[in-house]
Design a protein around this ligand. Structure first.
Ligand code: UDX
Ligand code: ADP
Length: 480
């Protein structure tokens, strides 16, 4: 099957970067990314390519190369569906906030809307690809809707989960460990559809890295990959607490175990807790599926990864209060970082949101600096929690675009995101402008504790005991 036009529904963190690379590598195929969010599409089309709505290192260059050539962004969803032989569904699938499966199952409302829209518009056969993370068996539901509400046209449903990590999306897309394509391997039509998608990736991905499986294996693999990764983070975070009590250093432990080639060094960085749009949502999906089959032990096993993560976020905030003499009421706490990880402007499920919420409940004043996250987004994240009114959030939280100004007259600094630039700050200058004793709570194990204590700070880093400056260090900090 020859593919000339691709449509992608959803111009978000997955759809945008993925389609940009597909278009870059397949210059003869027209790729149209559509979204109902007009503001988002306008930003993707902004003349200044630096203003695209998603920050990812290297992405603006790719967009610059392909946009207007064979990469298009539009709000005309129907027209793009009509024209395309292949449609990617890349809309959001957040955890349900209501009804059955509330707080656990994926909300497939948007997926279903897409399916119905495709069914209404399509006049010829289509390959429909689920790109968003979806619970197992969603493809079957999609097929059901398409086959029963369509205009009699034939659909092939494929699952092609995205494994890109935000912050490294372009790298991950350009050199993926593997591309996974699930489809109906028992029929000729199914195999042909899979081959059509294989051909698109084969333009830049080695054939041996493109795996084809049945649809359900593909769907489950996505959830499993994220569950395994998140489990590693929760495992090392569980040990971080033990390290703080025993005097072991979690970085040293991670290094020592990571050198065992069976364990490997990645995803062993202890932190204030994982965030992002995938880990929690995917594990909750897994738990929900397991429960729905009555597999309670399986469900409990995976749920513990989330319980540990919630504990880590709360523990970090509690430690700030405890260390600041059991009260932060009226105290100014400077947040360095709000994004859920470095090199992205995405804040979904960021630990910073929950730490801020906890400290605000303790009547702290929170001042935030993040190099890429907008003020609007930070307030939206807090408003979404619903803990306090919009007015209160704006009264208690200030967003400042200058890191030194953020720290001015603060009692403590909390490092919530591992942005590289934080390491290069003039920490002496920051120390001098803070109230004393000055504290740093390093939720990312990012900064050099020894250097900071030499400057005069008291440092509490995840996974190591609290380090106070020595008398000599305090003296020399005063002298200099
Ligand atoms: C994840 C998967 O990595 C990716 O394959 C999938 O497609 C989507 O979900 P993402 O959420 O973008 O990607 O980021 P990831 O790098 O996995 O980090 C998730 C969270 O874990 C972040 O908050 C990060 O800071 C945290 N983390 C990661 C740690 O705390 N320690 C680590 O060692 C690694
Ligand atoms: P992800 O990280 O999965 O890419 P995002 O929330 O960043 O998630 O992106 C999903 C996008 O899908 C949003 O921009 C949203 O407006 C869009 N979207 C959701 N439903 C539809 C729909 N029915 N038609 C077109 N776009 C949609």
């Amino acid at each position: 099957m020859k593919i000339k036009n691709i449509c992608c529904i959803g111009a978000g963190y997955v759809g945008g970067p993925t389609m940009a690379i597909i278009a870059q590598k397949n210059p003869k195929i027209n790729v149209t990314v559509v979204d109902i969010n007009e503001k988002r599409i306008a930003a993707w089309n902004d003349e200044n390519v630096e203003n695209i709505p998603i920050y990812e290192p290297g992405l603006s260059e790719v967009v610059k190369e392909a946009r207007g050539r064979n990469l298009f962004f539009s709000t005309d969803v129907d027209a793009a569906i009509d024209k395309a032989e292949m449609i990617f569904i890349s809309v959001n699938t957040p955890t349900k906030t209501y009804g059955i499966g509330k707080g656990m199952a994926a909300d497939l409302k948007w997926i279903e809307l897409c399916a119905r829209q495709i069914a209404r518009v399509a006049k010829d056969d289509k390959i429909v690809i689920e790109k968003s993370t979806l619970p197992v068996r969603t493809a079957a539901a999609l097929k059901d809707i398409l086959d029963n509400t369509g205009n009699g046209v034939k659909y092939q449903i494929l699952s092609n989960p995205e494994f890109l990590a935000e912050g490294t999306a372009v790298e991950d897309l350009q050199a993926p460990d593997r591309v996974l394509i699930g489809g109906d391997i028992d029929t000729e039509e199914g195999k042909a559809a899979m081959q059509a998608l294989v051909n698109i990736y084969a333009k830049w991905v080695p054939q041996e890295s493109i795996l084809t499986t049945n649809v359900w294996s593909s769907e489950l693999s996505k959830l499993t990959a994220n569950a395994f990764l998140a489990q590693r983070v929760s495992s090392i975070n569980a040990l971080s607490e033990l390290c703080e009590h025993t005097g072991a250093d979690v970085n040293e432990v991670a290094r020592a175990i990571g050198m065992d080639s069976r364990i490997g060094p990645k995803f062993l960085k202890s932190s204030v807790g994982f965030g992002g749009s995938c880990f929690q949502k995917d594990i909750l999906n897994l738990v929900y599926i397991a429960k729905s089959f009555g597999l309670n032990e399986v469900a409990d096993y995976w749920e513990q990864v989330i319980i540990m993560n919630d504990h880590q976020k709360r523990r970090f905030a509690e430690n700030i209060v405890k260390t600041l003499y059991n009260t932060v009421s009226g105290k100014k706490i400077a947040f360095l970082g709000w994004a859920f990880k470095k090199d992205t402007n995405d804040t979904r499920e960021s630990a910073a949101i929950y730490v801020a919420d906890y400290l605000l409940n303790e009547q702290a004043e929170v001042v935030v600096y993040d190099p890429k996250v907008t003020e609007e987004q930070i307030y939206a994240d807090l408003d979404y929690l619903g803990t306090r009114s919009e007015e209160e959030n704006r009264k208690l939280v200030t967003v400042i675009k200058d890191p030194y100004e953020v720290c001015q007259d603060s009692h403590a600094i909390a490092v919530l995101t591992e942005w590289d630039e934080f390491k290069d700050y003039d920490w002496k200058k920051i120390y001098d402008c803070m109230l004393k004793p000055a504290f740093v709570f390093d939720g990312r194990n990012l900064l050099d504790t020894r250097e900071l204590t030499k400057t005069g700070f008291t440092v509490s880093s995840i996974g190591s005991p609290l380090v106070r400056k020595t008398k000599e260090e305090r003296k020399s900090a005063q002298v200099s």
